[in-house]
Design a protein around this ligand. Structure first.
Ligand SMILES: Cc1cc2nc3c(=O)[nH]c(=O)nc-3n(C[C@H](O)[C@H](O)[C@H](O)COP(=O)(O)OP(=O)(O)OC[C@H]3O[C@@H](n4cnc5c(N)ncnc54)[C@H](O)[C@@H]3O)c2cc1C
Length: 398
């Protein structure tokens, strides 16, 4: 079948939703088509590791984003786009359908990074979509032994959720202390103890290097030559941008992300990109790719408005948030524990500044509530200040 749309969005996730709404916000009545590999229309993806586990009143239906109802966009779901021809202005799906477009948006997010030899399966989940959530929910019945591979935010949130659902959870991560790639040492130790206090076993200094499903058991092989047996394995090792279907004239960044300018436009006029897949020039922090929901929402609406004729540029520096086992944290900019850090302790919480070459590049608010704290953090980053005495930062936010 062939379909034509004024606005064609490849990828049916959070950016697709925001972009379709942005197009309408700009006043355009053009037709919108959304091509998604997942069988579900857009939903708030963070719920998969958060509220759906912790809030009994929060259902998937209640969380739905109502893209089609609000914008009249037509969804074509369940088949990935396998090719784009930027001359002919068409996209093709694996199902063999073709789609003509006026303007194309690439909003394909990323695919979970894999461990070679540990194939996704019935009991091995590379956690990303609703099918993974539903399967894990089923598997979480009856106190299973779960190995979570990866100590990043998805791994830690899933480990927390499962430990609260009576699972026997072991986290395997390469650092010395859980979270020590993002938090300064003392904070990482507090972070790890949230998990150990909840009964989670934490094995640091290890990578999963392979494994196999054997009936109802999964064996995970570890970098020190040992192995772990589990009933379920959840892998959260981050994502790689999903851009293989794009022709070479759409320029990529080194990590495969799609390079866009401040108007979220790629090297090919009429082709735009946004969200997890897009490497964009952040007004304050420079070129980067951000895998966070605030970016998906803000960049998604901006790209929709731009596709529909707005002359704006994208100038939002996104925030990130997470909460685990009763502790919430949020941040703007680069959180990298290998940078110099200044910790401003606050009533059990902390504000942490990350400095690269003496310049503040990231701010973390750990278990503190500060009115307008993130905007204050953005203001600190925007100064590009290089304080001669970094401890002078203490008290800047609050
Ligand atoms: C479990 C989980 C928890 C998260 N929690 C947080 C959080 O707490 N805070 C936070 O800031 N961020 C969080 N995130 C990240 C956040 O959800 C993403 O940044 C956001 O979803 C990005 O939106 P996107 O539209 O770019 O990508 P996605 O929402 O991933 O959507 C991309 C869509 O494109 C589809 N697709 C891919 N390739 C193709 C193709 N070739 N053809 C057609 N369709 C394709 C995918 O199937 C997917 O539906 C979380 C992510 C996950 C998975």
């Amino acid at each position: 079948m062939h379909h034509d749309y004024d606005f064609l969005i490849v990828g049916g996730g959070m950016v697709a939703d925001a972009a379709a709404k942005g197009i309408r916000e700009q006043g355009s009545e053009g037709t919108i088509g959304i091509l998604g590999e997942e069988p579900t229309p857009p939903f708030p993806r963070p719920a998969l590791s958060k509220k759906l586990w912790t809030d009994p009143d929060f259902t998937f239906d209640a969380a739905a984003m109502h893209t089609s109802e609000e914008t009249g966009a037509t969804f074509h779901l369940g088949s990935p786009v396998t090719g784009v021809d930027t001359e002919a202005r068409t996209a093709t799906t694996a199902a063999g359908d073709t789609f003509g477009y006026g303007t194309l948006l690439v909003a394909t997010g990323g695919r979970p990074r894999r461990i070679e030899g540990l194939e996704p399966g019935d009991r091995v989940l590379y956690f990303r979509d609703l099918a993974d959530y539903n399967r894990l929910r089923e598997l979480a019945q009856g106190r299973p032994r779960v190995v979570v591979v990866g100590g990043g935010y998805i791994g830690s949130e899933i480990a927390a959720a499962l430990s609260q659902h009576d699972c026997e959870v072991t986290v395997v991560h390469p650092g010395e202390v859980l979270g020590d790639h993002v938090f300064p040492d003392a904070l990482a130790r507090r972070f790890e103890s949230l998990f150990t206090d909840a009964g989670v076993r934490v094995h640091g200094g290890l990578k999963a290097v392979g494994g196999r499903e054997d009936g109802d058991t999964v064996v995970v092989e570890l970098s020190d030559g040992s192995s772990l047996e589990a009933d379920v394995v959840v892998v959260g090792l981050g994502i790689s941008p999903d851009t293989d279907f794009l022709p070479a004239d759409v320029a990529r960044a080194d990590d495969g992300g799609v390079r866009v300018d401040e108007r979220l436009t790629t090297s090919v006029p009429g082709v735009l990109a946004a969200g997890d897949v897009a490497e964009y020039p952040d007004r304050i922090l420079g070129r980067r790719r951000v895998e966070h929901v605030d970016n998906a929402g803000e960049m998604g609406s901006a790209v929709g408005r731009i596709m529909a004729g707005s002359t704006e540029t994208y100038d939002h520096t996104p925030m990130f948030y997470s909460d685990v086992l009763g502790v919430g944290y949020e941040a703007v900019g680069t959180l990298d524990a290998s940078l110099e850090t200044v910790v401003d302790e606050r009533d059990g919480g902390a504000v942490v500044y990350y400095l690269d070459d003496q310049e503040v590049r990231g701010v973390l608010l750990w278990d503190v509530e500060v009115d307008g704290g993130l905007d204050q953090a953005r203001a600190v980053l925007a100064e590009h200040a290089r304080p001669t005495d970094a401890s002078a930062l203490v008290g800047r936010i609050g």
